[in-house]
Design a protein around this ligand. Structure first.
Ligand code: HEC
Ligand code: HEC
Length: 256
């Protein structure tokens, strides 16, 4: 996605937000947030992407703010809505954090944890994103429907590979997410949200591309995506020594 498209993807939700705020103002008698604040959020992504990350500080931030939901390995929880974020491309993590912060993705939990008050400046976004990107991925992600893989591959190669890469490895320059090896139920939740507009930072071309998918086609293509094997997978039984004291009987709260 190019700069213009990127800005469009911010501007649309901001406009919607502005209308919401204006109509809310009369009810609550709040003062209007300054235009400068919005501008700041708009360019936070571009700012963070240019900074040199401090990975050690990223590790510290991860432990302080992310570990209780995404887990000590960053693998999320299969079947729960908590995504694996380990191994996600650094630029994508930066973009997603900036988007949650700006309210472009509809998740109150992540909005709170990515907020300036909780996480910190653009530098903090860059630091934690670099740490997350360096984590190896799970060898046991949640799979979809194995009988649909062949059909899924045909659809994937035709309609997704151009943007997400032949093996779902993503594209750092265009901050297209790595989707290979993600948990199936998370893929399917995001796919639905992108399709029905609930995820407001979606790529417009992708939305058009998937508009006419039937449910069986969706199941097939996402099963195939979940089955794609990333290169940076951890060996079986691997544990993240950075957090060796973390209680591994941990499970985050159920969400829906
Ligand atoms: C209280 C639980 C919780 C905490 C703490 C949390 N997250 Fe999340 N995170 C989630 C949930 C739930 C989602 C899925 C949101 C959705 O479905 O839109 C998510 C999604 C994400 C995504 C998007 C993944 C994708 O592929 O779309 C990224 C990146 C992310 N989190 C990074 C972080 C980082 C970095 C931290 C720490 C600063 C953090 N999260 C803290 C619960 C949490
Ligand atoms: C025109 C380019 C393009 C095409 C074609 C495309 N995508 Fe995407 N996709 C994107 C971009 C860009 C994002 C990230 C949007 C954002 O959050 O900034 C994305 C996000 C996603 C996500 C959410 C990932 C996450 O970690 O949150 C999934 C799942 C996904 N795409 C699956 C697919 C599948 C399956 C296909 C084929 C049917 C497809 N996409 C076709 C560009 C594309």
């Amino acid at each position: 996605m190019h700069r213009k498209a990127l800005q469009r993807s911010y501007i649309r939700p901001l406009m919607q937000g502005a209308i919401g705020i204006l109509s809310g103002l009369s009810v609550f008698g709040l003062s209007q947030p300054s235009f400068a604040e919005d501008e700041k959020r708009l360019f936070e992504f571009e700012e963070a992407i240019k900074l040199t990350p401090d990975v050690d500080n990223g590790k510290r931030l991860y432990k302080a703010s992310c570990i209780t939901c995404h887990g000590p390995e960053g693998w999320g929880v299969p079947g729960s809505g908590y995504p694996q974020i380990a191994g996600q491309l650094k630029n994508v993590v930066i973009k997603q954090l900036a988007d949650f912060r700006a309210g472009n993705r509809d998740n109150p939990i992540m909005r709170a944890f990515s907020s300036r008050n909780s996480l910190g400046s653009a530098q903090a976004i860059a630091d934690v994103a670099a740490y997350v990107a360096s984590m190896p991925m799970t060898p046991h992600n949640e799979q979809g429907f194995p009988l649909r893989l062949q059909e899924g591959k045909v659809i994937y190669d035709k309609l997704c590979a151009d943007c997400h890469g032949e093996q779902g490895e993503g594209d750092p320059k265009e901050h297209v997410p790595r989707i290979q090896g993600q948990h199936y139920s998370y893929l399917s939740r995001q796919f639905n949200w992108i399709r029905n507009g609930r995820r407001r930072n979606s790529d417009e071309k992708m939305v058009k591309q998937i508009k006419n998918f039937t449910p069986p086609e969706q199941v097939a293509v996402l099963s195939y995506v979940a089955s794609l094997k990333p290169k940076n997978v951890a060996p079986p039984g691997w544990r993240n020594r950075d957090f060796h004291t973390f209680d591994r009987s941990w499970r985050p709260m159920k969400i829906r």
